[in-house]
Ligand binder design. Structure first.
Ligand code: NAD
Length: 292
């Protein structure tokens, strides 16, 4: 069994920690908001996890250090920056595993900083949302050295079902952002078809039923179609997370002078969605942006 530091006990992190504890690993936790241990994360302590005051203390003596925080800046802060960062106390030979969705270039910079101290790094973003995290059936895309991937496999298999090693460090994040591009442009397409149906006075439920059996059928249509038909905008997938990822890709393609016109358009729609205060609601709210 391994000693594992885990940082980021949000909606995705907590179920992952629960699976690691169930598998018998020693868990060392750090939370930026310690009050979480009085509430949502209390069962993790009852199951044997220990709490530490800083990322550095949690990382001391750990074989693996797992992050599931929010942005590129958050991962850099927790792992590399300042006196309380993981790099200050992690042992040489430890491996960091990052499940956050962040920028591939930032990922490579973080990995290079850690490598100077002999600390390994695997980017391991996930797809499937809170439902798959809770069921232990996440889809995971890995970037890193083959020797590190081999070592982290028994750990991530505690909560991921479909695991693909894409390539070098950063390529896990590239694959995750590809997932987001294909996914959210599809949601925008579904919202536009529902908007067109409504503006022509057609029955939305019947339109959804008809097209889901044809070539427009997709897992995303099966998920989003019924939500848009019944005007259910409660998250499933919080739109703020898709917005964060789209703004990341937009910045990257602008730097690379890459022309992805559908992505640019959907990024603008997500901006309007965020400005309307619907960030904590589902991305099906792209329909409400079209109606506004
Ligand atoms: P969340 O907001 O529920 O949790 C994030 C946690 O990270 C919080 O507990 C927060 O306090 C902590 N955190 C953030 N910045 C920190 C910092 N600088 N130092 C210490 N702790 C910090 O978010 P989530 O839904 O768990 O998502 C986490 C990551 O996983 C994000 O990058 C997100 O894009 C990605 N993701 C989320 C989903 C999903 O459906 N929720 C699916 C796939 C990927």
């Amino acid at each position: 069994m391994s000693t594992i530091a885990f940082i980021g006990l949000g909606n995705m992190g907590r179920p992952m920690v629960a699976y690691l504890l169930k598998a018998g690993h020693q868990l060392r936790l750090y939370a930026r908001r310690p009050e979480v241990f009085q509430h949502e994360a209390k069962p993790l302590l009852e199951a044997g996890a220990q709490v530490f005051d800083t990322p550095a203390e949690a990382a001391k003596d750990a074989d693996f250090i797992i992050t599931n925080v929010m942005s590129t800046a958050d991962v850099a802060e927790v792992l590399c920056q300042g006196e309380h960062a993981v790099i200050q106390q992690a042992k040489a030979g430890a491996i960091c595993i990052d499940h956050s969705t962040i920028d591939p270039t930032g990922t490579r910079e973080i990995a290079a900083t850690l490598a100077k101290q002999g600390i390994g790094f695997v980017d391991a973003p996930v797809s499937g949302g809170v439902k798959a995290a809770t069921e232990g059936s996440l889809v995971m895309m890995l970037g890193g050295a083959a020797t590190d991937i081999e070592k982290v496999m028994p750990i991530i298999q505690c909560y991921a079902k479909t695991i693909t090693h894409i390539g070098d460090v950063g390529h896990g994040q590239v694959a995750k952002l590809c997932n987001q591009i294909a996914q959210v442009i599809n949601i925008q397409g579904i919202a536009e078809s529902m908007r067109f149906a409504a503006s022509n006075g057609a029955n939305l439920q019947k339109v959804f039923q008809a097209i889901s059996g044809g070539m427009a059928g997709s897992r995303m249509l099966d998920l989003m179609g019924p939500k848009m038909v019944s005007r259910d905008f409660k998250a499933g997938i919080e739109a703020r997370l898709h917005a964060k990822d789209f703004f990341l890709v937009k910045e990257a393609i602008n730097k690379a002078h890459l022309d992805l016109p559908a992505l640019q358009t959907v990024a603008l729609q997500l901006e309007k969605l965020m400005d309307s205060g619907w960030g904590m609601d589902d991305t099906s709210s792209l329909l409400r942006v079209l109606e506004a």
